[in-house]
Design a protein around this ligand. Sequence first.
Ligand code: GDP
Length: 175
Amino acid sequence: MTDIKLALLGSRGAGKSAVLVRFLTKRFIGEYASNSNSLYRKRLSIDGRQLNLEVFDPCSQTGESRCILEEPLEWADGFVVVYNISDRTSFLNAKNILRQIKETRGGETCKGEVDIPICLVGNKQDLCHSRQVTEEEARAAALEHKCHFQEVSAAEDYLEIANLFTKLMRHVMEH
Ligand code: GDP
C-alpha cells in the first residue's frame, strides 16, 4: 500500500473545497463550510496499485498568512494550487504559493530545481464570461514553475478533476 499526501492550497473562495469534494464524492457542494483545516482520506487504486490518499485542505492561504502554509509545505508529497479564473488576485496569490513551494522544497533535486509534483488549477471555468486570467498566462506560470496546469469547473466537471488528481498521484508515485 502506497501513502500519498497532497495539500490543497489557494485563496479563500477559489473553490478548493469544492474541487476536492467533487473529486472525492463526484458531487458539487455549493456552500461547503471551509473555515477550519481538514484532512480527508480515501483508498483508491491507480494502475493496479492500492493507495492511501490523504488530502490536507487548510482553511485559507494568502500571501500574508505564511505560517498557515508552512505545515502543508513540509508535509505534502504533492500540491494542488487552486485559483479562480474570474479573480485575478487569487491567481497572483497562486503564483506566490508556487514560489513559496519552490523556496521550501526546491532543494530536493540535484540541480536545485523544483521537481515536486504540483498542479496549478484554474477553477470556475463556467464563469469564463467574467474571466480575469487567460489560459496563456496561467500556462506560462505553470511552465516557469515546472508544474501541470488544468482549468476546471468544480460546479460542472467531474472527469477533468479526477484526471488531474490521477495525473498528480502518478507523478508522486514516480517521484
Ligand atoms: P475555498 O474557500 O477555496 O475552499 O472555496 P469553496 O470551495 O468554499 O468555494 C467558494 C465559493 O465558490 C462557493 O460559493 C462555491 O459554491 C463556489 N464555487 C466553487 N467552485 C465553483 C465553480 O467551479 N464554479 C462556480 N460558479 N462556483 C464555484
